[in-house]
Design a protein around this ligand. Structure first.
Ligand SMILES: Cc1cc2nc3c(=O)[nH]c(=O)nc-3n(C[C@H](O)[C@H](O)[C@H](O)COP(=O)(O)OP(=O)(O)OC[C@H]3O[C@@H](n4cnc5c(N)ncnc54)[C@H](O)[C@@H]3O)c2cc1C
Length: 512
């Protein structure tokens, strides 16, 4: 086992130490991108840190995102230059330094039809050019994210053959960042934190907090433990208000559909379709490595208790299919939908409709001294983490240097130019970076592990074994839902379930 390995054995050892009274500098509650980012920032500054997560890493909103590493264009359109710049800087850090292996440049096509007014076309192009200015200001080279340009209709159709040619005048082509998978970023952050000594404890739920202690329950045994610390940070996203009364959130639901392979025919290019009657809002189609296409995204305020796993209402399905269909030769129907998922944005309470609420983050100190980090987005997790740890140092009097995470490659990272020489299949390199040969080697030692889980997927048995040995997967759901993402399409998960169960059982037994 390497220092960055998370598994059941390590969890037991570290939880026993905390239950026995070991005190840590920081306790982070919540194992989404924000909490995992904080654990890494703190551990990299030499602080002792424990992260507790009620279910599994990336159990919450962080696995339901659009998987975009935004350059801040949207915020620019709303006149928030500072937020747009922050987003572009963080995008550049992720794509060039900390996680080139998990990110890629995503071509984005904006088709221009006869009905698109010249004014609207100029508005979009001005935005894209300004977005490119942000890229330059953030120091991200055009070799990583090429400049935007206008292209003729024929080129647009070559890129996305499913587009309707009727009235197509041409298109604008730009580039933004995209993640291979959002849950994988979270697991990778947590493992990198663990490699620097952080305790990462899943299935441990915070019941009650104050500034210097957490009453937690081990969900596997039911045992309650008091964890003592110098500062507690609440990073529970959309659930933050359940632990910190002073925090008021206004969750907004975002739904995506998953179209079956071949339904939309957009190749490797994402397509942005304008929402009729709205100036700066699009429904986008995002190509996935397996040939399927995500269609997103809605933005609807939600009321009442926060569900653990949100569901997609029929109205969101209708809206997404209807808008997306306006740009395609063959209208998209429910028969094209292989799956769907929804997430809740942890937006900070404020006036206005949810699509207009700021995606800024805030670090709030409660009357009890607990720090809560809310708002923000996946792209800016690193900056959120830096701000949270700075605030924790200030409040607790702990001493540590400044954040180092902008220069700290995650496990498996290497400069983009070197990814192509990693000696493993490209599919594995996009998931594991320089660790891909270790995953592939499992299948060389035991050819059974080199084989796919079943005929309909490329995911191998070795990936399941790796997930249990090194990525903190504790059961079959962790593997299906958050390590492999087979759970996004129910028949995929069911086809793999029995084999995954067998591999999980064997791998857990092998840890002892
Ligand atoms: C539809 C949608 C699309 C999005 N697309 C993008 C995008 O493309 N790019 C981008 O940058 N951002 C995007 N975002 C925003 C981004 O996904 C979120 O801002 C981010 O994931 C929030 O992460 P988090 O760690 O704060 O919260 P979460 O990921 O929700 O993590 C909170 C964790 O806390 C745990 N928890 C809760 N209560 C307790 C407790 N009592 N004890 C212990 N643990 C607890 C939960 O189980 C959960 O795992 C999108 C959001 C949505 C909803």
């Amino acid at each position: 086992m390497t220092p960055g390995s998370l598994n059941a054995l390590r969890r037991d050892r570290e939880l026993t130490a905390l239950a026995g009274g070991e005190r840590v500098d920081l306790v982070v509650v919540g194992g989404g991108v924000t909490g995992a980012g904080i654990a890494l920032d703190a551990a990299a500054r030499g602080l002792s840190v424990a992260l507790i997560e009620a279910y599994d890493l990336a159990y919450g909103t962080s696995r339901w995102s659009s998987k975009l590493v935004h350059g801040g264009l949207r915020y620019l359109a709303k006149g928030d230059l500072a937020l747009a710049h922050e987003s572009a800087v963080e995008r550049g850090i992720l794509m060039t330094r900390t996680a080139p292996h998990l990110t890629r440049a995503l071509p984005q096509l904006f088709p221009m039809y006869r009905e698109t007014s010249r004014g609207q076309q100029a508005f979009i192009m001005t935005g894209l050019v300004a977005g490119d200015g942000l890229r330059r200001a953030a120091g991200t080279p055009a070799s990583v994210l090429p400049r935007p340009r206008s292209i003729p209709a024929a080129e647009a159709l070559a890129l996305a053959p499913g587009l309707s040619p009727q009235g197509l005048r041409g298109a604008l082509l730009a580039y933004d960042g995209a993640l291979t998978d959002d849950a994988r970023l979270v697991v990778n952050l947590a493992r990198t934190a663990a490699s620097r000594g952080a305790k990462i404890l899943t299935r441990v739920e915070a019941l009650r907090l104050d500034a210097e202690s957490v009453l937690a329950r081990d969900r596997l045994t039911g045992q309650e433990i008091e964890i003592r610390t110098r500062q507690v940070i609440n990073a529970t996203g959309v659930w933050a208000g359940e632990l910190a009364e002073s925090v008021r959130l206004r969750p907004s639901r975002g739904s995506h559909l998953i179209l079956a392979s071949g339904a939309a025919r957009i190749g490797a290019t994402s397509v942005n379709v304008p929402v009729p009657g709205e100036n700066n809002r699009f429904v986008f189609l995002l190509p996935q490595p397996d040939g399927r296409v995500f269609v997103g995204v809605t933005d609807e305020p939600t009321e009442g208790p926060v569900p653990r796993v949100p569901s997609v209402p029929e109205s969101d399905v209708d809206f997404l299919l209807e808008v997306a269909s306006t740009a395609f030769t063959r209208p998209l129907t429910r028969a094209d939908v292989a799956g769907s998922f929804a997430g809740l944005r942890p937006l900070v309470e404020g006036g206005g409709r949810s699509a207009d609420l700021s995606r800024k983050h805030a670090v709030v100190t409660g009357a009890d001294g607990v720090l809560t980090v809310v708002g923000g987005k996946l792209t800016t997790y690193r900056r959120m983490a830096e701000d949270a740890v700075d605030a924790a140092l200030k409040r607790s009097g702990l001493l540590a240097g400044p954040s180092t995470t902008s220069r700290l490659p995650l496990l498996g990272a290497t400069p983009r130019s070197r990814l192509s020489i990693v000696d493993a299949p490209a599919r594995l390199v996009a998931k594991y970076g320089t660790e891909a040969p270790r995953v592939a080697a499992l299948g060389e030692v035991d050819p059974e592990l080199g084989r796919p889980l079943h005929g309909g997927t490329e995911i191998s048995a070795a990936e399941v074994v790796w997930a249990v040995r090194h990525e903190g997967a504790l059961d079959v759901e962790d593997v299906l839902e958050r390590r492999t993402r087979l759970g996004l399409v129910t028949p995929d998960a069911e086809a793999a379930r029995a084999r995954v169960q067998e591999l999980v059982d064997k791998s857990l037994a092998g840890l002892a």
